[in-house]
Ligand binder design. Structure first.
Ligand code: AMP
Length: 112
């Protein structure tokens, strides 16, 4: 079982900022911005490359909740970035689909 699934199941601790039946949001252990939250589905999906048509409602749910969590963190006006790293070239480390929600400072573009 990967580390994010263990967080979703409550087997290892995390600073959870939102959760419901379908997803969990918690603070990144190594934040890259003043606000850095990870939003994951409870169901184990290894990466964005592995989603299926039946995941359509879940994917919509995740984006809606990303916006809600960003608002909860006070980022709606100043702005924020939502990132999904997919596969080795993007530097994906944890094989469980996750959205990074980053904000609280000016974010450079393009990313490295
Ligand atoms: P990625 O490179 O897109 O797979 O991102 C994985 C992220 O998970 C990194 O930003 C890590 O800092 C973060 N991370 C790894 N383990 C934990 C953990 N136990 N709790 C919170 N964040 C974690």
């Amino acid at each position: 079982m990967n580390v994010f699934k263990k967080i979703a199941d409550g087997e290892i601790p995390a600073e959870i900022v939102y959760q419901d039946d379908h997803c969990v949001a918690f603070r990144d252990i190594n934040p890259q911005a003043p606000v850095h939250i990870l939003l994951i589905p409870r169901r184990e999906i290894p990466s964005l490359a592995r989603v299926e048509a039946s995941d359509h409602p879940l994917l919509g749910h995740l984006l809606l909740k990303a916006a809600e969590v960003a608002k909860q963190e006070g980022l709606s006006e100043t702005g924020y970035r939502v990132v999904i790293n997919c596969g080795p070239d993007a530097g994906q480390e944890v094989p469980h689909l996750h959205l990074h929600i980053l904000g609280g400072r000016r974010l450079g573009w393009p990313p490295g």
